[in-house]
Design a protein. Structure first.
Length: 413
């Protein structure tokens, strides 16, 4: 009998004993003879596989009826994850080329593991990246062999065709990551008596690393979160997902924003293998009944507080450094009290840093003037105004950063 725990540790690095036990419990060990089709292209299947021993081939069906060998997977590697993430038919077939033992995890268990175990999600990310890299290397090697065998004209045509396939594959993978990212951002906000919320995110590319949320903490508190991951890649989108999955449970363990952010920081240090990846964040705990807001600012842009009946604005400042990169972290926790009619505007640096075709910045001053003009509006009106004005200012200029905003307004009584 295979020691499933050791196999799982080799695939999902950094899991503790309890997490290994969780994955091991969900995995079923099976052995298949040579020639067994484990995944069939075009079929809607719901299983994730980890290879314990043996070898499988990943193939794609060609239009002329033949097959193309994409890659091989051996001990310590996995397959079948993309169909579960997309919830679409298999994009390739997988067949055993030797007697092969695998661990099988169902669609339901797979999704629960990703939701409950950030380390599993990060390990899966690293595995997907390695699989993509190996597939690309295999494609390049295959293209080189064909270029040697064929005449130059035919080889040039073939290279162009392969580039189109590679581009479509990359776009497809980016689209998957974009849908995953957007599904994690709130479409409907919690119903909080006396308060209204509105938020929106527009990535600069297909995917981004910004995050906003209004988190129901308990019957008397909600968490306000605005965060930005230091990248715009697939890695950043998944790192953002992990960050959100950490903030939600930690927010319900403590009403101290500093304690919550510090705990998330420690988790990010454990699950991240990229020394250049970090998260800036603003996190506040709001008591809606009294308007009390305790908050920390971990390198994030200062939220803007518009007080009802008063001209001008207040920027919520607090000392603190970004999360998830350097071990030492000190966060200053502050407190304000918002009155009926007050507005809090949280935003990412993509708002003031947006540039137009003349390479001029949108800027902080323009944002303040816009908020002053629209301060009598609803949370949704203000959020829509921010995005409308930034897009109008930017025109046809290229977007270089994600644009994200979250508006909280205390209803007037």
């Amino acid at each position: 009998m295979t020691d499933k725990s050791e196999v799982i540790r080799s695939v999902f690095e950094g899991l503790d004993d309890a997490e290994v036990t969780t994955v091991s419990t969900a995995a079923v060990e099976k052995t298949y003879p040579v020639g067994t089709v484990l995944c069939r292209e075009g079929n809607l299947e719901q299983t994730f596989y980890i290879v314990v021993d043996g070898l499988v081939a990943v193939t794609h069906r060609l239009q002329d009826g033949g097959t193309r060998h994409l890659s091989s997977r051996g001990a310590g590697q996995f397959f079948g994850e993309m169909a579960l993430i997309e919830r679409k038919p298999r994009a390739a077939s997988v067949v055993t080329t030797a007697e092969t033992t695998v661990l099988e995890i169902s669609d339901q268990d797979f999704n629960q593991l990703l939701m409950r175990n950030p380390k599993v999600a990060m390990s899966l990310l690293r595995g997907i990246t390695a699989n993509l890299r190996n597939s690309d290397q295999a494609s390049i090697a295959d293209l080189s062999r064909k270029n040697t065998e064929l005449a130059k004209a035919y080889a040039d045509l073939k290279a162009a065709q392969e580039q189109i396939v590679a581009k479509e594959k990359l776009e497809h993978e980016l689209d998957i990551a974009a849908r995953l990212q957007q599904s994690l951002l709130p479409e409907v906000f919690p119903n909080v008596p006396g308060w209204s919320f509105s938020g929106r995110n527009v990535p600069a590319r297909t995917i981004g690393g910004d995050l906003f949320d209004v988190i129901p903490v308990d019957d008397e508190h909600v968490g306000l979160l605005m965060a930005d991951v230091s990248d715009k890649s697939i890695h950043a989108a998944l790192f953002m997902a992990v960050t959100r999955s950490l903030f939600i449970p930690e927010s319900r363990r403590s009403l101290s924003p500093r304690a919550v952010a510090t705990a998330v920081h420690q988790w990010l240090l454990e699950v991240s293998s990229d020394d250049n990846m970090f998260v800036t964040a603003f996190y506040g705990v709001l008591t809606p009944a009294t308007g009390r807001l305790r908050y920390v600012r971990a390198g994030q842009d200062r939220p803007i507080w518009l007080k009802h009946g008063q001209a001008g604005h207040i920027e919520l400042d607090a000392n603190g450094r970004f999360l998830g990169m350097l071990e030492e972290l000190e966060l200053e926790e502050k407190e304000v009290r918002m009155d009926p009619g007050d507005i809090l505007v949280m935003y990412s640096d993509g708002v003031p840093d947006a540039v137009n075709e003349s390479n001029d910045n949108y800027g902080q001053e323009r944002l303040m003037e816009l908020l002053e003009t629209h301060r009598a509006g609803s949370a949704k009106d203000i959020c829509d105004a921010i995005f409308g004005d930034v897009f109008k200012f930017r025109g046809d200029a290229q977007a270089f950063d994600d644009i994200t905003a979250l508006v909280a307004k205390a209803d007037e009584r």
